[in-house]
Design a protein around this ligand. Sequence first.
Ligand code: FES
Length: 106
Amino acid sequence: MLVRLNVIDREGKTTALDIEEDTTIRDAIEEKLSPDNYGVCGGNCACGTCHALVTPSDFEKLKAAEEDEISTLKEAAIKPTTHSRLGCQIELKKEHNNITVTIAPD
Ligand code: FES
């Protein structure tokens, strides 16, 4: 099943991506949009460069962040907010269909 992920890039352009369920947000963005300096640790929760700002109404649909993700967000991501997540830690499921995320500045 395909899940739609709307992505606002660093230039403010929105692109709708239709991706396989269980793909991470990081892998979807890397594969389809390949932004510079994005997801550089390969999805290992270490670099903070897959930082995404989740639209507040969609944020609640996501599984809560685990300790590793919270500490990498604090230590490595640039200016995290209360709606920040690491794209590599979120596998897209059907209940996430049509959520919108913004790629954080690098
Ligand atoms: S890809 Fe490095 S923390 Fe997510």
